[in-house]
Design a protein around this ligand. Sequence first.
Ligand code: ADP
Length: 353
Amino acid sequence: MATICVLNAGSSTLKYAVYETAPTLGRVAGGTIEGGSLDRVPLPDDVAAFGHRVVHGGPHLSQPVAIDPETFAAIEAVSPLAPLHNPPALAVIRALRDRFPDTMQVACFDTGFHHGHPAVADRFAIPDALYQEGVRRYGFHGLSYEYIAGALETVAPAIAKGRVVVAHLGSGASMCGLVGGRSVDSSMGFTALDGLPMGTRSGSLDAGVILWLQQTKGWSVDRVEHFLYHDCGLKGLSGLSNDMRVLLASDASLARLAVDYFVYHVARTAGALAASTGGLDAMVFTAGIGEHSPEIRSRVLRRLSWLGFEVDDTANAAGGPLLTASGSRLPAYVIPTDEELVIARHTAALFRG
Ligand code: ADP
């Protein structure tokens, strides 16, 4: 039977998932390869099509697309905007093209779901010429938000039509404002460095800090890039770990500060996005921290009690999906994300033509 193979290449891991296409799309295998070597992915010969997560599509690529040389070049052109993600995805695409030259490969973009943001959310306050060159607030984690928007139609159909803030809190973290299932704003911008503090990325940082590092400390561009992607965020602030589990278990004052900082900024960003969506009907938590940490969910929702959230501690500890009490003015949910399934659906659709 023909299968769809989904590949999600990161800086240090390669996640894969295999789906049978009939009678319905169903996951039959999957795993994570540390080190990211394609050689260790068990690839059957009857793969109908490969689907790839590509983090950055730049200004020209938003819809899932069968990869031809032109598409490949366009993904390569925006690699500097996703230096941890686009290059390993391209390496996998190239290796598969050599090994299975006749098999369709599809790229699905994390930026795609945010395409169509209003100009005020899509722009920086810089000259238009730079916008035309592609300096825009793209937004990321779009495959995850697309999954959540779809899942909400089952979990809470009335709310799926309304105004929802989704918090994708993993080692990369961002938040998205949805209205009627469509993204209207994101905490992430030009690159996946923006917005919330992350495992090792700073999140929003006054551009003046970067100037200061270069002018006063004499840091090179490469050093600044490495610093912003690898040495900041929870790891930088705590001086201990990029892993939220380690920080939650620690009594060290800087570890506590890092957790406080994370919670504060998730809540602050929820408030900002509630202004983008013109009010709020619900909030959703997803990804590693969002799905597995009742403590972080509870602390964020308590900070947002002024918006009308009242946590049900038992439901929250049990993993929801509804996290709030019956009398809560607004509901909050936890919904496990499934980016691979979204990629498999798009890949199967393009394969069937
Ligand atoms: P990625 O962006 O790599 O896909 P994930 O969405 O898998 O990341 O999230 C990974 C992060 O989730 C880990 O760095 C870890 O800090 C966090 N995490 C996983 N389980 C828990 C937990 N039980 N409590 C708190 N944090 C958790």
